[in-house]
Design a protein around this ligand. Structure first.
Ligand code: URA
Length: 354
């Protein structure tokens, strides 16, 4: 059986090179294929059983036992596990989001995998989408884009049942746009970026700047929480690093949000998001880029510490936490200055040692 499945995989790969993007597969072959893939995922990740992303992916497309038994024709499906592109919004008229080659930094991310970005434990993703924003005012374009992302088949295939794809939130007239890496457990339940503990700290940082959370725009590089295998019915606890492929796939959605909101400044939180935007090989450690101005889509971009890092520092002691907070605050003072916000003497002195 294993040999037959290997042959099937090879044949699917061959078909893909000839431009075929969908195939029909019997329920029996699919069930067997699913077993092998799940076993491989479990083996490579030392996990218990199953691979929810794949299982959910297949569930969406595979005929149920009842329909198969009743002789219903096998439905067409795109077996993500063997990297055949799913029909990415193909049926939509322009403006559309359709597959394309990866954009520059993301392509670089894919080409030079840094140590933090591990090989994909997820099924291979199709090419990143091309997002052609419609004409219209900000609200129209944003609503269109949000609908595209929330209903994108690849995004949907990567969230577990009951969990949500996460799109950006905030003011469409925001001068400052914050970018994090990926939703965590709280965010995928709420469907809102930075909703959990890191988000609460981010909200405090924004308040310290004299702004409200609703005044800025908050978004993640990833529209879904990177999944890890769990035993059937178990919740995913730990977060994992993003893969270069995941970053490349999601980057067009982030770029499009930046284009719609058109902020004056971008604040990138943490090394992972910074690698996604600036390119994987553009720096070694966060210290190489933190607090310096860069450019992204023609806009000034500054990288700072991720709020999760600040929370971890709190756990390592008051002095370390204060140092990290002050460093972050200095980055935010730069942001405030560049955004033309008034800075009081009290604000200047936050987290300075007394
Ligand atoms: N960390 C992020 O980068 N984004 C979130 O939404 C939550 C935590």
């Amino acid at each position: 059986m294993r040999t037959a499945l290997t042959a099937l995989t090879e044949e699917l790969k061959r078909l893909k090179t000839t431009g075929v993007s969908t195939v029909s597969v019997s329920a029996e072959s699919l069930a067997a294929l699913r077993k092998v893939v799940a076993a491989r995922a479990a083996k490579s990740l030392g996990a218990a059983v199953g691979y929810p992303v794949l299982v959910e992916d297949f569930k969406r497309e595979v005929p149920t036992k009842a329909t198969a038994a009743a002789g219903a024709p096998a439905r067409e499906f795109a077996p993500t596990a063997v990297a055949v592109n799913p029909p990415v919004a193909a049926a939509r008229p322009a403006p559309s989001s359709t597959p394309s080659a990866a954009s520059a930094p993301a392509a670089a991310a894919a080409a030079t995998t840094p140590s933090k970005v591990k090989p994909a434990p997820t099924p291979l993703l199709p090419s990143p989408p091309v997002v052609n924003l419609p004409a219209g005012d900000k609200a129209t374009r944003w609503a269109w884009l949000r609908d595209q992302v929330l209903n994108h088949p690849v995004c949907l295939a990567n969230v577990r049942p009951g969990k949500k794809v996460v799109f950006g939130v905030g003011s469409l007239d925001a001068k400052i746009l914050f970018v994090g890496d990926a939703p965590g457990p709280e965010e995928e339940v709420q469907g809102e970026p930075f909703f959990g503990p890191a988000g609460q700290l981010l909200t405090k940082m924004i308040l310290a700047m004299g702004l409200k959370r609703e005044d800025v725009y908050i978004v993640n590089l990833m529209a879904w929480r990177p999944q890890t295998p769990t035993a059937a019915g178990m919740e995913q606890v730990a977060n994992r690093d993003l893969t270069a492929e995941e970053m490349a796939f999601n980057l067009p959605f982030l770029r499009a949000q930046i284009e719609v909101v058109n902020p004056d400044l971008i604040v990138v939180l943490g090394a992972t998001a910074a690698r996604g935007l600036l390119g994987a090989g553009s720096f070694k450690t966060l210290l190489d880029v933190r607090g310096q101005w860069n450019q992204f889509l023609g806009k000034p971009l500054i990288v700072s510490y991720h709020p999760s890092y600040l929370l971890r520092q709190e756990a390592s002691g008051a002095t370390a936490a204060r140092k990290a907070k002050r460093a972050t605050w200095e980055d935010l003072l730069k942001v405030m200055e560049r955004a033309g916000l008034t800075i009081s003497a009290k604000q200047h002195a936050y987290f300075l040692d007394k």
